[in-house]
Design a protein around this ligand. Structure first.
Ligand SMILES: [Zn+2]
Length: 87
């Protein structure tokens, strides 16, 4: 399967081009993290921001962010609503 799909920003809907200043965010547990010693309740309170990685971008739990502005907006959404889903 070809994974070179085009992504869209989960905040503003912009399509990803060749330029790569994109970021990813996740709420709660992240598969690439060791979660030892952190209890489940705490895990849901976590907002994780990371640089774009081609491998992790395919993870359905990741939110795709087109840049700093949308990353800030995602964090703000998490802080006010506890989730990155738009209402
Ligand atoms: Zn965006």
């Amino acid at each position: 399967m070809v994974w070179d799909v085009s992504f869209t920003c989960d905040i503003c809907g912009k399509a990803k081009g060749e330029a790569n200043h994109w970021w990813m965010a996740a709420v709660g547990s992240v598969p690439c993290f060791e979660a030892d010693g952190i209890d489940d309740l705490l895990r849901e309170q976590r907002f994780t921001l990371m640089r774009w990685s081609r491998a992790d971008s395919q993870n359905p739990d990741m939110y795709h962010l087109c840049g700093q502005g949308c990353a800030m907006q995602a964090m703000e959404r998490f802080m006010t609503e506890g989730s990155l889903e738009s209402r």
